[in-house]
Design a protein around this ligand. Structure first.
Ligand code: DON
Length: 304
């Protein structure tokens, strides 16, 4: 399918809403990003690229990195991973602490901050430099050699990470964090600070659209049933307490980040990424959510 006319139509239709919402400012460095930007890319499993607006501009992927971290940890740990983190939607904001005490330090899912900290802890137990091993993994997934993190953004988050530090200490008290809190936070904030463009991200999730095989080098990243499972988690947990509404409106597995990016997958067909920095209350990109909703309505392609 030629997705270009669809992307052009979405871009034109969304002009009045681009910039509506709030750019994340709790990580000070992210507050410097101009709100009125918008890019969208579709990369199909044959490698055709369709792009519009700022689709080539790199931005802070933030929580989208949790998808790559989970994939790498799942590759290494397999199903034993689920003894330390759940796979149910949280129904709470991404940075909420409230469920952790009642649920004995086991986070609801790998996409909320607490869950991603546990996943990063797993990566840290198996590599000297967990953030760099994730960067290397993402470079391979996207087939782009110069992807890296922005140290200013990472440092900005580290210096304001009291809330994530509280979660990490709390989980350590339950024995669910094996490495030093400072080390886990350092790795976590660095992988959240990875910068990629829409085109690069749409390529990087190609393995999920392609049933676990990286379309760019033919390597098996995960087996087909694991690809199905990771995608299912994106659908149920990838956009936090808005996941139900997102599934209703968009109907695609997706993962968002407070940098304003959202990646989505049309299984068997393509990876999709949209970026616009101004966010809704839930922490998902406002124009980005609308763009994906328009995409599935106009193309009549979704998982339903
Ligand atoms: O830990 C944080 O708060 C950020 N590094 C990532 C949060 C995020 O992207 C949530 N997504 N919507």
């Amino acid at each position: 399918m030629d997705y270009q006319p669809v992307l052009d139509r979405i871009h034109a239709a969304l002009q009045p809403v681009i910039g509506q919402g709030k750019v994340a400012s709790y990580i000070p460095e992210l507050a410097n990003v101009a709100a009125d930007q918008f890019g969208m890319a579709v990369v199909d499993v044959a490698g055709n690229v369709y792009a519009v607006g700022d689709a080539g501009k790199r931005f802070s992927i933030q929580s989208i990195s949790k998808l790559f971290a989970l994939t790498l940890a799942f590759q290494r740990e397999g199903d034993s991973l689920w003894t330390r983190v759940g796979r149910e939607p949280s129904g709470n904001p991404f940075n909420s602490l409230v469920q952790l005490e009642r649920e004995n330090g086991i986070p609801r899912n790998p996409f909320i901050n607490a869950g991603a900290l546990v996943i990063t802890d797993m990566l840290a137990s198996r590599s000297v430099n967990a953030a760099q091993s994730l960067v290397d993994f993402v470079r391979k997934l996207a087939g782009v050699a110069d992807i890296t993190y922005n140290t200013r953004v990472a440092q900005s988050e580290i210096s304001t990470s009291s809330r994530n530090a509280a979660m990490a200490h709390f989980m350590k008290s339950f024995g669910n964090l094996h490495n030093k809190v400072g080390e886990v936070l350092h790795a976590y904030c660095h992988h959240c600070a990875i910068e990629m463009s829409c085109v690069e991200l749409a390529r990087a999730v190609g393995f999920l659209a392609n049933h676990g095989v990286n379309p760019w080098n033919g390597e098996t990243v995960v087996d087909p049933s694991s690809a199905k499972r990771l995608s299912a988690l994106m659908l149920t947990c990838g956009t936090y307490d808005a996941a139900g509404d997102f599934a209703y409106r968009v109907g695609l597995p997706a993962k968002s980040g407070v940098g304003g990016g959202i990646v989505a997958i049309l299984p068997g067909e393509c990876g999709i990424c949209v970026w616009s920095p101004a966010l809704e209350e839930s922490g998902n990109s406002h124009a980005g959510s609308l763009a994906l909703e328009m995409f599935t309505s106009l193309t009549r392609r979704s998982i339903f």
